[in-house]
Write a protein that binds this ligand. Structure first.
Ligand SMILES: C[S@@+](CC[C@H](N)C(=O)[O-])C[C@H]1O[C@@H](n2cnc3c(N)ncnc32)[C@H](O)[C@@H]1O
Length: 346
């Protein structure tokens, strides 16, 4: 069975987001006999069935409602939460940075509220496989319900295992059989060894953590195993813009911090990369390398060579000389109109 396409005319069973008077939003699931009662009147669900997505309908008092199927990002922001969710801006980056591809075998832990599971399921497509691990059965239930609500079913490509990843992973999947692993949990470093066993050589592990201390500990742990490539760390900031007439400016408010992403790739057994610079894990003072990070060259300004600099000096001097000559010519010329010579008005 495959989930219904989230497009086409509205059908019974569809979730619809209604935006009514004063921008007030309501989410309904279309039923033949369903009604939305508000103090503005009654909207019958059957008036929506068969209409194209994006239609405007009137309720019993003539108030208008814009009806749209929620996008995945709308759904995850409003769905019930057991644990904190991965926000859409981060899900998008996770899909890209972890290189989640159609047909991939992906492991995810923990499943929390299932927000990231929904993005992962989309990205792996009908040929992929998502194994989600969650140590709390109540959270696993919330996530399963959320996925079912959004997709209209529990997809065949998904399984949820209740248990701690470190114990459950080797009992569930063969060593070296997993393409990608995404960890969203408090202590991902505890799972890095188990993940190394499960990952295929070249496979990607991505950890999503909320604080700088988790980021540091995770990156150092990954580096210290010697089983992965050098970990790469980043965060994603998305700033909305207000665009209306001549008022075009960044929004005053934004979701500034959610989390950090750390990615690394599983090395082949016994492989030692030739150019990995392994830094000391407990570094407490600045070295030359840290200072170098802030030189103009390192931040993108190219250092100018002596030859180029001499060329620039000559260019500048030529320009200055030209300006001087122009000024002298202006001084020597009689002011326009001062001589009275050819001025017909004089
Ligand atoms: C922040 S939530 C995950 C949210 C989820 N990614 C989402 O987008 O909805 C973290 C979850 O990891 C689970 N967890 C923590 N450590 C775990 C482990 N070692 N194995 C399995 N689940 C774990 C927690 O119970 C919690 O539900």
């Amino acid at each position: 069975m495959s989930a219904p396409r989230p497009s086409g005319p509205f059908r019974e069973g569809d979730r619809i987001q209604l935006t009514g008077p004063k921008g007030r939003m309501h989410t309904i699931t279309l039923r033949a006999d369903g009604e939305l009662h508000t103090h503005h009147g009654v909207l019958r669900h059957r008036d929506l069935v068969g209409l194209p997505d994006g239609s405007v309908v009137e309720n019993s008092s003539g108030h208008e409602y814009l009806a749209l199927r929620p996008l995945l990002r709308d759904f995850v922001m409003s769905m019930p939460r057991g644990a904190a969710i991965v926000y859409p801006k981060d899900s998008a980056q996770i899909i890209a940075q972890a290189d989640i591809f159609p047909g991939a075998v992906v492991v995810e832990a923990g499943v929390g509220s299932g927000a990231l599971s929904l993005s992962l399921l989309r990205a792996i497509g009908p040929e992929g496989r998502l194994h989600s691990f969650e140590r709390r059965d109540d959270f696993a239930e919330v996530a399963t319900a959320n996925v079912e609500t959004f997709l209209g079913e529990t997809p065949e490509t998904w399984s949820v295992v209740v248990g701690d990843l470190v114990e459950a992973l080797p009992n569930t999947l063969d060593a070296g059989s997993v393409d990608r692993v995404v960890l969203d949990m408090l202590a991902p470093w505890e799972c890095i060894d188990a993940v190394a066993d499960a990952l295929t050589p070249g496979g990607v592990v991505l950890c999503y953590v909320a604080t700088a201390t988790q980021l540091s500990r995770t990156a150092e742990y990954i580096r210290a195993t010697g089983l992965y490539t050098e970990p790469e760390s980043s965060e994603t900031m998305v700033r909305g813009w207000h665009v209306e007439g001549l008022a075009v400016r960044p929004d005053h408010r934004m979701v500034a911090h959610t989390g950090f992403l750390i990615t690394a790739r599983r090395l082949a057994p016994g492989a030692v990369p030739p150019d990995v610079k392994r830094r000391a894990a407990k570094k407490t003072s600045y070295g030359d390398e840290d200072v170098e990070l802030w030189t103009p060259g390192a931040v993108g300004d190219r250092e100018i060579t002596d030859k180029n600099l001499r060329k620039r000096v000559r260019e500048a001097q030529r320009a200055a000389q030209g300006a001087r000559i122009a000024a002298e010519v202006r001084t020597a010329e009689p002011e326009a109109g001062a001589s009275g010579g050819d001025d017909p008005s004089a």
